[in-house]
Structures are given as C-alpha cells and as structure tokens.
Write a protein that binds this ligand. Structure first.
Ligand SMILES: C[S@@+](CC[C@H](N)C(=O)[O-])C[C@H]1O[C@@H](n2cnc3c(N)ncnc32)[C@H](O)[C@@H]1O
Length: 253
C-alpha cells in the first residue's frame, strides 16, 4: 500500500476512518444483521421498501421473451433478484453478487429450489467484479452502493461488465426534498430506527450506521454526474416518496 492510500480517510456513518478499514466495518454490520435483515426492512419502512423495489424492477423492465442476463450487485438476501425473475421470462438469469457470505446464505435459503437454473449466488466485491467484460445485459444495485468504500471503482466495474447497449440501474436512499417530511424523517431515522435495530436485531449501532450513511451519500444530481463520469450516457434519475429514495439509470453506449 502506498503512503497516499494509507493516509486516505473516508466516512463510516458520521465517523471519519481510514479508507482501508471501511469495508471490514461494513462487513461487520451486515454479518451482524443478516438473519434479521429482511424483517427489519419491513419494520423500518412499514413495508415501503417493497414498493420501491417493485418500482425499480418496473423501471428495469426485464424481457419476458428474450434471454436476459442481470448482475445484481450487493444483492444481499436476494430481494431484488427474486422480483426481477418473477417479472422476467423463463430465459432470464440473475447473478446475486455480494461481499458478505452471511447475507448470501440467507438469500440461498429464501430462494430454495424456486428459481433453479435461473439464479446464482456469488461472493465478490463490487470494486473488483469476478465477471467478464461486456457479459451482462443489466447491472442492478439496490441500497448497496453507499456501503462500497470506493464508489468510482464500483461504477467503473459496472461499465466494464455491461455489454454495449446494457443498462445500469441503481436504487438508493437520497435526499428528502419535501418541507415538513425532512423534519419527520430525521426524527424517525435518528431516534426510532436505532432503537428498533436494538430491539429486533440486537444491534442498534449497525442501524445507526445505516441511517448516518444515508446522510453521507451524495445528492441525486451529484450522484448522476458520478455515473456519467464512469462513462454512462443518457443518465436520468427519479425521486420516490419525496426524495427518500432515488432510482438512477444510465446506458452503456
Ligand atoms: C442494505 S444491503 C442491500 C441488500 C439488497 N440489495 C436489498 O436491497 O435488500 C447492502 C449490501 O451491500 C453489500 N456490500 C457492501 N459492500 C459491498 C461490496 N464492496 N461489494 C459487494 N457487496 C457489498 C452488503 O454485504 C449488503 O448485503
């Protein structure tokens, strides 16, 4: 490691930490919450995450007739992958890639035999994808990219693995842009969610990180420029639920 890298810092929630430490701290969070992750999503969002993920898959519009290969990065327990396969035709295949074996283990159990031959679970890092260049039709990432230490590297990798004409689609927390809702959202995020995390997953600190990391993530216009800088074209975004989340789309042309 060069001195330059050794000196680099980043944020872990509101904490400033050496860049090289972030991934292992993130991995600790998801190892700790994996078994309660899906239940917590329902409780924290009052089920809203389901509507956001459904809107995300509708925006993707996977082919119902043609072969369709999708790489779902930071795919965790498979929630987005299952929705894509339910919406797509029999010739669709989704690879759920995640750095955390505990999250993938829950995903494998949830999938059971339902999607046999149409789904694969792969342990890997979004910054160095173990995937051939120009090999997928779509790259999806939901609530994942803000956890990746070097977002620019993850975006460059997304661009590399997509075939020309392929689609990049990201669902992530964004910036609330509705007066009134922002105050309520902050109060709920900082006071209720960590307590819920403590009560349900036995880990309030991990949920404090998740809330803080949302505040650290760039706003939708800045993130759109980062996607363009990675080489994507026709980059657009759409805010959902007053800006609580955003869907960013880009094309490899
Ligand atoms: C909030 S979960 C999202 C899971 C799933 N996409 C969903 O929407 O339910 C974030 C996921 O990102 C994964 N992750 C964090 N850093 C990663 C990296 N560098 N490469 C791949 N996955 C990563 C975590 O292990 C975790 O499973």
């Amino acid at each position: 490691m060069t001195m330059k890298h050794a000196d680099e810092t980043t944020h872990f929630g509101f904490e400033s930490i050496p860049l090289g430490e972030k991934q292992s701290r993130v991995n600790d969070v998801f190892r700790s919450v994996a078994r309660r992750y899906d239940l917590m999503n329902d409780l924290m969002s009052a089920g809203l995450h389901r509507a956001w993920k459904n809107a995300f898959v509708a925006a993707l519009g996977p082919s119902t007739t043609r072969p369709f290969r999708c790489l779902d990065v930071a795919g965790g327990t498979g929630d987005v992958a299952f929705r894509i396969l339910d919406a797509a035709g029999p010739r669709a295949h989704v690879t759920v890639l995640d750095i955390n074996g505990d999250m993938l283990a829950v995903g494998r159990e949830r999938a059971g035999r339902r999607y046999q031959g149409r789904i694969a679970f792969v342990e890997g890092n979004a910054e160095t994808l173990p995937v051939a260049g120009k090999s997928v039709d779509a790259y999806t990432i939901a609530f994942g990219i803000r956890n990746v230490p070097r977002i620019d590297r993850a975006l460059a990798e997304a661009h590399r693995v997509l075939r020309p004409g392929g689609r990049f689609l990201c669902l992530e927390f964004s910036k609330v842009d509705m007066p009134g809702l922002d105050v309520l959202y902050d109060a709920y995020s900082f006071h209720v969610i960590p307590r819920l995390g403590e009560a349900v997953a036995g880990d309030g600190e991990s949920y404090r990180y998740l809330v803080e990391s949302i505040r650290r993530f760039p706003g939708p216009n800045v993130f759109a420029r980062m996607i363009e800088d990675a080489g994507f074209r026709r980059v657009t975004h759409r805010l959902l639920t007053g800006g609580i989340v955003a869907i960013h789309s880009g094309w490899k042309i």
